[in-house]
Design a protein around this ligand. Structure first.
Ligand code: FAD
Length: 409
């Protein structure tokens, strides 16, 4: 069974970037369909148990999510950065439900793109249609598709140029890059939580990276494992097997010390996979030198934070404030498509800092506003008037901020 639907903008992926993109496109007046394969919105905050915000410019949709968390989530109220996955999903759901132009298709997997020449004209989505109808293929035609899948699966299907792995130091003069390029990405981590249940226990967990989030609870950035290819399900299964081998002894220590493991994320967390090559690529030097771009759509000063495959973690607290340019969201050579989130055009090293939820949410919003402007102007995303995009992005209801608004140190 094949069904045809038409809309202005399709967003694939309902993580922080996809929710930002879908809300902003809809609020800017476009008819939007958000396609998410899970039952809940939230992306890594739900799938990977990423239950804490890293620093960045708090604005726009991320700020709206935080307001809902502050009303509903005991943990966020008490901690200010840590939250519970289900309240994050709830916040995304509430914001989406308030937008009449936005239709959310959860439990729907985008499996391919529709294309005419070098222009993406929609996506192909698999859904289930009931006991007597079985599975259906939706062909959703749109003026713009926004790939917020994290892995860049949609842009890959569209034939976009991409990077996977680490650039050689010589390519962009990045001091933290390896001498020789390779196909390795950041380590995967399986997040979990533990709680002190023996009141007499004074033990403080001292393995992996963990954070005391109050109420006797700890959020663990659990075992780190290498995955040979984070876009290959077989390789992910093997990495998950390896992760359980590391985690089980850790769980045993916790239980011996009077703790219970109260939560294991539904999936092994993937930090990095494809990065789609855009009209501009953000590099380590842009971050370290606090580069300002004329087409800035948001900014970050979060330091490099790469969980390197050789376990030599690269970590800096801060960089100068640097911009993310709109052109990093515009795939080179393919029309009708934008990318947002952790799959935008950046080197392995540069991505490691700004990939966090607060920043990718604003990147998503920029893609959403740009897509709606392209619909209104009957133009391609690469032809969008950047001054107009920036003006809309910084104005209500989007309220995105970047270096030009930054008052901090
Ligand atoms: C272990 C780990 C720890 C982290 N710690 C932090 C932290 O402490 N603080 C912080 O701010 N950030 C942290 N991050 C980074 C951050 O969570 C991610 O970089 C960010 O969520 C990326 O957002 P995104 O929207 O690009 O992708 P994601 O959040 O991965 O969302 C992608 C969404 O797309 C959906 N999707 C994918 N393919 C399809 C398809 N074909 N059809 C339909 N839906 C699809 C997925 O189901 C998912 O919901 C961490 C990441 C990891 C892995």
């Amino acid at each position: 069974m094949v069904e045809e639907i038409r809309t202005d903008v399709v967003v694939v992926g309902g993580g922080p970037s996809g929710v930002g993109a879908a809300l902003s496109a809809a609020r800017e007046g476009a008819a939007v369909i958000l396609v998410e394969e899970d039952a809940m919105l939230g992306g890594a905050a739900v799938d990977y148990g990423v239950q804490a915000f890293s620093p960045g410019i708090v604005c726009g949709v991320n700020q709206e999510i935080r307001r809902i968390l502050a009303e509903k989530d005991y943990l966020y109220k008490a901690h200010g950065r840590a939250f519970c996955s289900h309240w994050f999903a709830y916040a995304c759901r509430q914001l989406a439900a308030a937008e009449p132009n936005l239709h959310v298709f959860t439990r729907a997997t985008a499996v391919d793109v529709l294309k005419e020449g070098n222009r993406v004209t929609g996506v192909v989505v698999l859904v289930r249609r009931g006991a007597d109808r079985g599975m259906a293929t939706l062909r959703i035609r749109s003026h713009v598709v926004i790939d917020c899948s994290g892995d860049g699966d949609i842009a890959f299907a569209a034939g976009c140029e991409y990077r996977y792995g680490r650039e050689a130091r010589s390519e962009f003069g990045e001091v933290h890059a390896p001498e020789v390029a390779d196909r390795k990405v950041q380590l995967c981590t399986w997040m979990f939580k533990s709680r002190r249940i023996d009141p007499a226990s004074t033990y403080v967990p001292d393995f992996d990276y963990n954070r005391d989030i109050g109420f006797g609870e700890y959020l663990h950035w659990g075992c780190q494992v290498e995955c040979t290819d984070t876009t290959d399900d077989a390789a992910l299964r093997e990495a998950e097997r390896a992760a359980w081998e590391v985690m089980l002894p850790h769980f045993a220590i916790l239980e011996e010390k009077g703790f219970a493991v109260t939560y294991v994320a539904p999936r092994l967390g993937i930090r990095e996979s494809r990065r789609i090559v855009g009209e501009v690529m953000v590099t380590e030097n842009d971050c370290e030198e606090g580069r300002r771009f004329p087409d800035a759509i948001t900014s970050s000063n979060r330091g490099l934070d790469s969980w390197e495959p050789d376990r030599q973690k690269i970590y800096q607290d801060r960089t100068p404030m640097y911009d993310i340019p709109y052109r990093a969201l515009v795939p080179r050579g393919v029309d009708g498509l934008l990318v947002a989130g952790r799959c935008i055009s950046a080197t392995h090293i540069a991505l490691s800092g700004f990939r966090v939820m607060v920043t990718v949410s604003s990147i998503g919003q920029a893609a959403g506003v740009a897509a709606a402007l392209a619909v209104a102007a009957h133009c391609q995303p690469r032809e969008v008037n950047v001054a107009r995009l920036q003006q809309r992005l910084e104005s209500p209801p989007h309220n995105v901020r970047w270096s030009k608004h930054w008052q901090g140190a």
